[in-house]
Design a protein around this ligand. Structure first.
Ligand code: GNR
Ligand code: NI
Length: 182
């Protein structure tokens, strides 16, 4: 059997490499998905596998260097509520919430970010059907964080320049030390 036939049978799952700040590829604006087909569903499966493995509550395609408007999320405690949003569009935003955010592309750093507490989002699901969903709290925060990724934006962009530089320098230093250790 070929690799692509195995993929079709879902016998192989793939954990993708997550880009890290300040990688310039994270600044790419993702293009709308034109076709919801089997290749896209395989990518969705890979995004879930990568997100659950990390572990994280969300992942945008941008973070794995695929510049399509696609994100996955699962904010449930027992990890049983997978959501895949294709071409997500926020229709309404209400209320304000401030919470500590982290990001798999900025590993180890958590800072307060202000977001809308309640959103209505329209997207295509993995069958290509249009869905409108209301979200609040952590799910609303997560979807806004992921849509920012699709627009090339990171949560550190909401912090002061000084804080962002400090995070960047510490991450650079950690990566240099990792490289020496290998
Ligand atoms: O795993 C994640 N946790 C998180 C916590 C608070 C606000 C947003 C997030 S998303 C993050 C995973 C990630 O980086 N997605 O892009
Ligand atoms: Ni993130």
């Amino acid at each position: 059997m070929t690799q692509s036939q195995l993929r079709g049978l879902c016998l192989i799952m793939t954990i993708l490499k997550i880009l890290e700040f300040p990688d310039p590829r994270l600044r790419t604006k993702a293009a709308p998905v034109e076709q919801v087909d089997d290749a896209l569903r395989t990518l969705i499966d890979d995004l879930f596998e990568t997100m659950y493995d990390a572990p994280g509550i969300g992942l945008a395609a941008t973070q794995v260097d695929v510049h399509k408007r696609l994100l996955v999320a699962d904010v449930s405690i027992d990890k049983t509520e997978p959501l895949a949003l294709i071409n997500p569009q926020i229709l309404t935003k209400d209320g304000v919430t401030v919470s500590d955010e982290g990001c798999l592309s900025v590993p180890g750093y958590y800072e307060e970010v202000e977001r809308a507490n309640h959103i209505v989002v329209r997207y295509l699901d993995r069958d290509g059907e249009t869905v409108e969903m209301e979200a609040e709290g952590l799910l609303a925060i997560c979807i806004q964080h992921e849509i920012d990724h699709l627009d090339g934006k990171l949560f550190v962009d909401y912090l002061s320049e000084a804080k962002r530089q400090r995070i960047r320098k510490k991450l650079d230093k950690e990566r240099r030390q990792q490289a020496v250790a290998i």
